[in-house]
Design a protein around this ligand. Structure first.
Ligand code: F0G
Length: 455
């Protein structure tokens, strides 16, 4: 059969509230054109993030009931730990309330002034946790990964030669090497197993531990199975094990590839570092057998990890982003291709080329998609990255709009509706106006800035 169907039936539903264009225009004015300020009840299709927005399975809801809330030594923890170690063979698994808490603990121990930490591309919270401790975050992505239209099967790969040179030059200042799979900030693009192994080998030769930010590990493993020489016949689960066997530890947000609404972990092989991490955990998150979570969350994650490596699910999952990407491409909308795992990325700078970067073409596109179709997306461009620490403003490297796809939530007809909305925005695009910022905080301005439309 050619049609790849949703590999689930729907048992519980949440109604979507329909709104008119006129109502949405009023909501936009009240929100000062910042989509983070909208009430989610006023959104028809919410593609703001795939984080914590997954639909849990009947088995996960059942697992919640099994959750044991003992302060110490809960069986929920041991089920969680076993499920993680079944996929990621690390000696120590330290539960946190979400991914950034794992990052905060790790970099409070190995970061600090003078340190430099290379990755393919650090996600914003990772960069934030590194920089807030006084260290530097460096992105060493391959050149193809920075070009939205470059065709390459693994646009998330790290430039291994650049890493080698970086370590040769700054070796003493580097406490670890990182790799984000898939590369969220670079379009959800995968990293090949060969690249993971080459990065691991390079780090090891320089005596540096190697950590994977594994948020979307299952999607990454599926791409390896589909695209990498010699990996095609293999089970995704075995590929996942190989990915993590190359590393010394990982950070994880269970809000992504564990189908959970909250949760995360830090995993490590180093006994001494794990001891320090658990001591920090007790100060900031909680006792080591629950960290930042309730026992029931630990059980929901344990079950979610069994479901996420299901290959029928992954085939459908990766197809969803590709389906929408192809539809938008056929309409003439410039999109990042090939599609990544969790999202569709629209190149708004190319699409709305009459709006200069400092008038925020990504914001203009995101506002138009909400106004005309009730679709909420996220600008990843000059609004998010354009303000420098000294308060000056410059165009970001790209002006993208991300359509992140919550897991198991929307169906193919929702995707068709999104494409139809794009068709309408595409038709009207010469009339779309840019924006200016009328009020903003010093950091992370995209969450709270107020905008006005330019005349
Ligand atoms: N690393 C990556 C690659 C991420 O995408 C995220 C979160 C985190 C770390 C932090 O995890 O949210 O559990 O603290 N990404 C979300 C997103 C917020 O929308 O892409 P967290």
């Amino acid at each position: 059969m050619k049609t790849i169907i949703e590999p689930f039936r729907i048992k519980t539903v949440e109604p979507i509230r329909f709104t008119s264009v006129a109502e949405r225009q009023a909501f936009l004015r009240a929100a000062n054109y910042n989509l983070f300020t909208l009430k989610s009840d006023d959104v028809l299709i919410d593609l703001l993030t795939d984080s914590g927005t997954s639909a849990m399975s009947a088995a996960q809801w059942g697992a919640l009931q099994r959750g044991d809330e003992s302060y110490a030594g809960s069986p929920s923890f041991f089920r969680f730990e076993a499920a993680v170690q079944d996929l990621m063979p690390f000696r120590h698994v330290i539960p946190t309330h979400q991914g950034r808490a794992a990052e905060a603990i790790l970099f409070s121990l190995i970061g600090g002034p003078g340190r430099k930490i290379p990755s393919n591309t650090h996600f914003d919270t990772t960069r934030g946790n590194i920089e807030s401790g006084g260290a530097e975050a460096h992105d060493l992505l391959i050149a193809e990964g920075r070009r939205p239209d470059a065709d390459h099967p693994f646009k998330g790969n790290m430039d291994v030669d650049a890493l080698e040179a970086f370590l040769a030059r700054h070796g003493d200042a580097v406490p670890c090497v990182m790799l984000t799979v898939t590369n969220n900030a670079g379009g959800g693009q995968p990293v090949s197993l060969a690249n993971i192994r080459a990065v691991a080998e390079t780090a090891r030769r320089h005596g540096k531990p190697f950590f994977i930010d594994g948020c979307r590990f299952a999607e990454n493993a599926w791409f390896i199975k589909e695209r990498e020489e010699g990996q095609r016949g293999r089970a995704v689960k075995d590929i996942v094990r190989d990915m993590f066997a190359a590393a010394d530890g990982m950070t994880m947000s269970a809000k992504k590839d564990a189908f959970a609404n909250i949760g995360g972990w830090l995993a490590l092989n180093d006994d001494d570092l794990a001891l320090q991490a658990r001591n920090r955990l007790i100060l900031t998150e909680g006792f080591p057998t629950y960290g930042g979570m309730a026992g029931r969350d630990l059980d929901a994650i344990a079950q979610g990890l069994r479901e996420i490596v299901d290959e029928d699910y992954l085939r459908y999952r990766v197809r969803t982003a590709a389906y929408l990407t192809e539809k938008l491409h056929a309409l003439g909308v410039p999109v990042m291709r090939p599609a990544g795992g969790h999202a569709v990325f629209v190149d708004a700078r190319a699409w709305l080329d009459h709006i200069p970067p400092l008038s925020y073409p990504g914001q203009a596109a995101a506002v138009a998609l909400y106004e005309l179709g009730g679709i909420r997306t996220c600008e990843i461009g000059t609004v998010m990255f354009g303000r420098k620490p000294d308060g000056t403003e410059a165009a970001a490297a790209m002006d993208l709009v991300r359509l992140a796809l919550p897991r198991r939530v929307y169906t193919q007809s929702h995707a068709d509706y999104v494409a139809e909305t794009f068709e309408e925005v595409h038709r009207l695009r010469p009339r779309l106006k840019g924006f200016r910022i009328v009020e903003q905080p010093r950091f992370m301005r995209h969450f709270t800035a107020k905008f006005a439309r330019l005349d």
